[in-house]
Design a protein around this ligand. Structure first.
Ligand SMILES: *[C@@H]1O[C@H](CO)[C@@H](O)[C@H](O)[C@H]1NC(C)=O
Ligand SMILES: *[C@@H]1O[C@H](CO)[C@@H](O)[C@H](O)[C@H]1NC(C)=O
Ligand SMILES: *[C@@H]1O[C@H](CO)[C@@H](O)[C@H](O)[C@H]1NC(C)=O
Length: 481
């Protein structure tokens, strides 16, 4: 009887009450622990952050296996041809920021199909660093071999490797510094993964070997186009074969996003901690706080939307703005400016600042609309956007960068222009979504469908697999290797 009941409840996506309580509790503990730890994500890539790191969960091993295990299906991985191949991953740095964590995801995808994976971190802090240590431990446990960036072993491994993945533009410095006269032998099997779109990365020092590498892999079409233009116009060098690989949501994130019980509990928990009611509408930016991410302009739009509502006497629930990604110690001037604005406009009770955190799922569960307000050229990709869509949230985004490749204007969200010209359009879009509940929910659902169609981990793995295949094929036919 008990057995029957359990089977039945699993099929319906529900666990028996006792199990349910236990894993919900675990999620809440994870949440409070990660809030306590309050990881500071270095914003090394200001205007064009690599995809948000958080869903690469440092606390993943704490996850209750019972609930999360049944979705691990065993479809053959598109990467299975990488079995027994030797891959060297070269990371500019090792921290809880998007670039390195994404490369770690690739490391684990490759390990899961039996690839021999070596890892090099170019820039390490001189004294022992807790984050570096724990990330390296995490890799070692999963069979990734961590090497020193310099020395004979690094050179030998680069020679032996079937493939060398350089992560971020800056990692190019490693080639000359370590391989020296051997660089030309290694270049044909180098795949360069680029997540940046800022002017200062277009330095010959970093990227002069680009024309001769096996390929470049870039997160969005806009970013790829930008690299093509800039390298040609500024540096007079030609990009190698370039592959656009949109990112995908991790399985862990999708599991929480698709679990209505988990979402409800997280939503209640976060709303309670913010002191907002269930019926209030929450608009949130989840990005490290900096001018490039446009929190200042968002607050102006938010204030303007409140004025529109007041002026037109519109009936809407109480509205709140949530800014997740605060770090008073890093962007003191900008953060102070934001807080002064809030005080000056007397909207303190409607604006909530939350420190940087790797665990964004609870916030995605708690809010109603994601605002992606990245300025200038926008995001290279903007992983938080597809994560929000997984949670069935509509997105109000700037019509720039990767956002335009993710959000379908009018269907899964609404786009506004970057800069001051975007402030009023965003304010109007905020009012639109606040007053049209049905439209908001429909957009959220469409966003979710789009994620299921295009932005899952297996989509990303498929795209990466075809790139790796191509680069391997070409490097094999190259005279040097
Ligand atoms: C690249 O250059 C072409 C032609 O000059 C231009 O049409 C396009 O907008 C540019 N793209 C980017 C991303 O700068
Ligand atoms: C947020 O970070 C600041 C330091 O920048 C710290 O003083 C504060 O206690 C943190 N708040 C929470 C809730 O962790
Ligand atoms: C987005 O769509 C709306 C209509 O739904 C249109 O008014 C607006 O100009 C579009 N914005 C962009 C950036 O395409």
């Amino acid at each position: 009887m008990a057995k029957l009941q359990q089977q039945h409840s699993n099929a319906a996506g529900w666990a028996p009450p006792s199990v349910q309580k236990r894993w919900l509790l675990t999620l809440l503990i994870m949440l409070s622990v990660s809030t306590l730890i309050a990881f500071f994500i270095k914003s090394a890539f200001d205007s064009c952050d690599p995809p948000h790191p958080h869903n690469f969960d440092v606390a993943a091993s704490n996850k209750p296996a019972k609930v999360f295990s049944n979705s691990i299906k065993t479809a053959p991985s598109p990467l299975s041809f990488m079995k027994s191949k030797l891959v060297l991953l070269v990371s500019h740095e090792l921290s809880l920021s998007g670039g390195p964590l994404l490369l770690m995801e690739l490391a684990f995808l490759l390990r899961s199909v039996g690839t021999e994976v070596f890892w090099i971190t170019i820039q390490k802090p001189s004294e022992t660093d807790e984050v570096v240590y724990s990330l390296e431990q995490k890799m070692l446990v999963r069979g990734v071999q961590v090497l020193s960036a310099k020395g004979q072993e690094a050179i030998d491994t680069a020679f032996k490797a079937d493939l060398v993945v350089l992560n971020t533009a800056v990692a190019g410095k490693w080639l000359d510094a370590v391989l020296k006269e051997n660089v030309p032998h290694v270049l044909p099997k180098v795949l360069w993964w680029i997540h940046e779109m800022r002017g200062h990365y277009f330095k010959l020092d970093y990227v002069k070997h680009l024309p001769l590498v096996g390929g470049a892999m870039i997160d969005s079409h806009v970013t790829a186009e930008y690299w093509k233009n800039r390298t040609q116009e500024r540096l007079r060098i030609k990009m190698p074969e370039t592959y656009v690989v949109h990112l995908g949501n991790s399985k862990e994130l999708m599991e929480v996003a698709e679990d209505s019980v988990a979402k409800r509990v997280l939503r209640e928990h976060i709303r309670e901690s913010l002191g907002v009611r269930d019926e209030d509408i929450l608009f949130a930016i989840i990005n490290s706080v900096s001018r490039g991410k446009g929190q200042d302009l968002f607050l102006r739009s938010f204030y303007e939307s409140l004025q529109i509502i007041q002026l037109k006497k519109l009936k809407v629930p109480s509205m709140h703005a949530v800014i997740v990604g605060s770090d008073m110690s890093a962007q003191t001037k900008f953060e102070t400016e934001l807080r002064n604005y809030v005080t000056q406009k007397k909207i303190q009770d409607r604006v909530h600042f939350i420190n940087k955190t790797l665990t964004v799922a609870p916030y995605l569960a708690a809010i109603d609309v994601l605002v992606q307000n990245s300025q200038a050229r926008g995001e290279c990709f903007g992983r938080i956007t597809i994560e929000a869509m997984a949670f069935q949230l509509p997105v109000l985004g700037t019509a720039a960068g990767g956002t335009t490749e993710i959000v379908v204007n009018g269907t899964t969200g609404l786009l506004h222009s970057v800069g001051k010209e975007g402030v009023t359009p965003l304010a109007k879009n905020i009012v639109k979504l606040a007053t049209h509940v049905e439209r908001r929910l429909t957009m959220g659902k469409r966003g979710y469908e789009r994620v299921r169609e295009m932005f899952l981990e297996h989509h990303m793995a498929n795209r990466i697999a075809s790139v790796l295949k191509e680069v391997l094929r070409k490097s094999k036919s190259h005279p040097h290797s």
